[in-house]
Design a protein around this ligand. Structure first.
Ligand code: NAP
Length: 475
């Protein structure tokens, strides 16, 4: 059956309202073919949380207001009124693949990646060994994670040299009061306030020229009050590939300069912990591959690494020398991983929906008509938020190219999905509901500021429980 939707709008469902989903919706509504009047599009955006913005609300660190500011751009898109928002609707539970196929001519999955990548080393299951992504969900007030986070360790290891490792290490080492200006929920402030942490150690398996951080995020570490950065001269190894990267890549050059300056400016050039004046320290180690988490009575008591050297190509190889560090908690921040989606194939190695340029593939590797992917569930959890736009452009390009040959939705009426959700008793939230919840969270921030005379002005205090969010969005 081929599509004959000329008399009615072309109906598109987007699953996931993070940057990937909203960019795709925006690009689709503005694409020449649509904006030029050739085709009328009607988009419904579904989100499993009662609030929109996905990764921005539940993945970006609270002390990154610049990145959180992307919300303003996403807000403008959703506030235009030409895209319907359905929150608190989970694909695979509240809506099946056949439901969305029946109600829409095309479906775009933009569900991202929220889980931690696995690290298969002995001791990973010990109490005190955590996924960085889970910790991020906690400090960002994700509705589906426990409210309490065990912050009992004085010494902590963070594994990985990406921006998530830096986020996790920064939030763990910062004094809670310095996070009060942010939107952190009350339970997160209370948890961090009690933390007895003195030393957070970040471990990368390669050298300073191979870090995956970005310069701004690295430099930001030195802005935490009463936290000394500690570096170790023996970790500063550069091979031919490092020299080449420093010569040709400004970003690498900036980061190596920053790290080297910090190293030489240390109180003593050996970076012995405890020599600075701060009550907390953030150590950056390189050329360490984690091999085992050491346990005592079922709890993390230390971590063993093999020391590495660079092999000339920027990759690391083990030296056969092992070193233990006493730590009481380990956070792995070695990458995110996508989650399987019911009724669709899953590439379990890369954690993505198998696809070509955003066209989702079936078991035999053929494109499934009318099913697309964009963002991290399409290309894996790499790249900054802005990169998602290019991704969406490609996916929308494919969708528009395919449009005339797609099977038409059987029940394309705009009220069909509403009837379906209502018949299933799904307590969905709307854009108007989000505006109410948004205003409520801002009012909580104002009330906090008024109650804590002389305290920092808080723009917002996040509502955490799902029921609380739904209730506030009902006004
Ligand atoms: P990432 O940038 O890919 O970094 C992952 C890190 O984990 C790398 O240093 C990697 O080392 C290391 N790693 C992987 N497997 C390992 C293993 N088995 N043992 C030890 N180390 C291992 O991932 P991410 O930090 O999760 O960030 C994901 C994306 O979000 C990135 O594009 C990031 O820039 C972005 N992000 C941006 C911000 C921001 O503030 N701008 C904040 C958070 C995230 P190798 O390099 O050796 O593989």
């Amino acid at each position: 059956m081929s599509s004959s939707t000329s008399a009615r709008p072309f109906r598109v469902a987007i699953i996931g309202s993070g940057p990937a989903g909203v960019y795709a919706a925006d690009i689709l509504t503005k694409s020449q073919e649509v904006a030029g009047g050739d085709v009328e599009v009607s988009i419904d955006l579904f989100e499993s949380y009662p609030a929109p913005y996905g990764l921005i609300r539940y993945g970006v660190a609270p002390d990154h207001p610049r990145i959180k500011g992307i919300v303003n751009a996403l807000h403008k898109v959703l506030d235009r009124g030409d895209i319907r928002f359905f929150g608190n609707v989970t694909y695979g539970r509240d809506l099946t693949l056949s439901d969305v196929r029946a109600c829409y001519d095309a479906v775009i999955f933009a569900t991202g990646a929220i889980k931690d990548a696995d690290l298969n080393i002995p001791g990973i299951e010990l109490e005190g060994s955590y996924g960085g992504a889970d910790f991020v969900s906690w400090y960002d007030g994700h509705p589906d994670v426990p409210r309490e986070w065990p912050l009992e360790a004085k010494e902590i290891a963070v594994l990985g040299n990406g921006n998530v490792a830096l986020d996790v290490a920064r939030v763990l080492s910062k004094h809670a009061d310095d996070l009060l200006v942010t939107e952190i929920p009350e339970n997160v402030y209370a948890g961090l306030k009690k933390s007895p942490v003195t030393d957070v150690h970040v471990f990368g398996r390669r050298g300073p020229a191979q870090v995956k951080f970005t310069p701004l995020e690295l430099r930001e570490l030195s802005h935490s009050k009463d936290v000394d950065i500690v570096l170790y001269p023996e970790d500063f190894e550069f091979d031919e590939a490092s020299d080449e990267a420093i010569r040709t890549n400004n970003q690498v050059k900036t980061m190596v300069n920053t790290l080297t300056n910090w190293l030489v400016e240390q109180p003593d050039h050996h970076g012995t912990p405890g020599e600075g004046s701060a009550s907390r320290r953030l150590h950056l180690h390189f050329l360490h591959t984690p091999v085992e988490i050491i346990g005592e009575d079922g709890k993390v008591a230390g971590i063993k690494f093999e020391r590495n050297e660079l092999d000339g190509t920027g990759n690391a190889r083990g030296t056969g020398e092992f070193i233990d560090y006493p730590v009481q908690a380990v956070y792995r921040a070695i990458g995110y991983f996508g989650s399987e989606l019911p009724e669709l194939e899953f590439d379990a190695r890369r954690g993505v929906l198998p696809n070509v340029a955003g066209r989702v593939l079936d078991t035999d590797g053929n494109p499934i008509q009318g099913i697309y992917a964009t963002g991290w569930i399409k290309r894996g959890p790499v790249g900054l938020i802005g990169h998602t736009k290019g991704d969406a452009l490609e996916t929308i390009g494919c969708l528009l190219e395919d449009r005339l040959s797609l099977p038409a939705a059987e029940r394309p009426g705009e009220d069909e999905v509403v009837k379906l959700l209502e018949s299933r008793g799904v307590d969905y939230t709307t854009w108007e509901g989000w505006l109410k919840l948004d205003a409520h969270e801002k009012a909580l921030g104002e009330a906090w500021t008024a109650e804590n005379d002389g305290g920092p002005a808080r723009e917002r205090v996040k509502v955490v429980p799902r029921e609380g969010m739904i209730e506030a969005s009902r006004g």
